[in-house]
Design a protein around this ligand. Structure first.
Ligand code: SAH
Length: 338
């Protein structure tokens, strides 16, 4: 049965739910082997690094799971200056990383033009791709930033169950989130979506729905990361996602989506010491080292015990070669053939 599913070209919802239920050792290794094969076929053995700058932790949203939620008044807020952002971009570039990810909470203090200026400066000074992860903004702003040179946009749908979406995001609608992803796609961005695995009340059908929504949106990047509780949020007492479960979800996601970039996320590395290595063998082909400088880095606390590495490049070089893979020298643009 499991072999039949793994050999199908197109798996359906019930196949995915079946795979998500697999717990027997031999069957699990078949899933991981298949995911590794698919990863190798579509992504090769190169691992792409994306250097993240978390430049503001102000957020207008109040997501129940996230430590940056606006109701979290115990979090000290910061906003990096343009100069600090550019200096950090230079550090990333000098580490020979070819993608810079600008990430923040939904911070409307920064205007569309402020962000566009930062994008332009980075693009003019460094030969890198830019990924934005700034939450939901206006169509006109997305358009301006694309014109300024942004290549990609990460906007996770978080859950494809519309009822749960409205619970986690206080009445907001999944439909609107998806509309934003479609706007971004129509503007020529490479788009990234994905979910959080292990949120309260989520079931296997929901996770199958998350994978299928990414397929339906034909995403270029898919980030499936484990829930980790965050203090000072309504979900502070919830259990974190089980590490073996998130690895299984990642492997199945790779098998279904095939030609997408998929990170071994910081959340996975925070949950489990060898998270990055395990993620790379469960279908991932991307690692996103954090370059946010002190004293800001520790304040971008979306969840507890977020991994913070010193000398990250030395570590990653050793880690990646220990898996028999190598760091890509390319920008790692979309794997889709247009
Ligand atoms: N404002 C941006 C970036 C948010 S932070 C946006 O809305 O897209 C990046 C990601 O952190 C979110 O997409 C969410 O999936 C993840 N995240 C937030 N809280 C989390 C938690 N408690 N556990 C795991 N991931 C979390």
């Amino acid at each position: 049965m499991i072999k039949d599913i793994l050999n199908k070209h197109e798996v359906n919802r019930s196949d995915i739910v079946y795979l998500l239920q697999v717990n027997e050792e031999n069957e699990l290794s078949l899933i991981f082997q298949k995911a590794d094969k698919v990863r190798e076929k579509y992504c090769g053995n190169e691992v792409h690094l994306r250097g993240i700058i978390e430049f503001s932790n102000y957020c207008a949203q109040d997501c129940l799971y996230c430590g940056l939620r606006k109701s979290n008044i115990s979090l000290e807020r910061y906003r990096m200056t343009k100069n600090e952002i550019l200096q950090t971009a230079e550090r990333i570039f000098k580490s020979e990383i070819k993608t810079i990810v600008l990430q923040s909470g939904e911070d409307f203090f920064l205007t569309g033009k402020d962000i566009a200026d930062i994008i332009c400066e980075i693009k003019n000074n460094f030969d890198v791709a830019i990924t934005l992860s700034l939450g939901e903004r206006d169509y006109e702003e997305y358009k301006l930033w694309r014109k300024a040179g942004a290549d990609r946009y990460l906007l996770k749908h978080e859950t494809a169950n519309s009822k749960l979406y409205s619970v986690y995001h206080l009445g907001q609608k999944l439909q609107d989130r998806v509309q934003h992803l479609l706007y971004l796609k129509s503007l020529g961005y490479q788009i990234g979506s994905g979910n959080i695995v292990g949120l309260p009340a989520q079931n296997l059908e929901d996770i199958a729905g998350d994978i299928l929504l990414c397929k339906c949106l034909d995403v270029d990047m898919a980030s499936f990361s484990p829930f980790i509780p965050s203090p000072n949020t309504p979900y502070r007492k919830q259990k974190p996602c089980d590490v073996n479960f998130i690895l299984k979800v990642m492997a199945i996601t790779r098998i279904v989506l095939k030609n997408v970039h998929m990170p071994a996320t910081t959340a996975l590395a925070s949950l489990y010491q060898e998270g990055r290595e395990k993620g790379l063998s469960a279908g991932a082909n991307v690692i996103m080292p954090n370059f946010t400088p002190a004293p800001y880095k520790e304040k971008f606390s979306i969840y507890i015990n977020k991994k913070s590495d010193d000398d990250i490049m030395t570590q990653l070089t050793a880690l990646i070669s220990s898996t028999g893979r190598f760091i890509s020298k390319e920008k790692g643009q979309t794997l889709k053939m247009h």
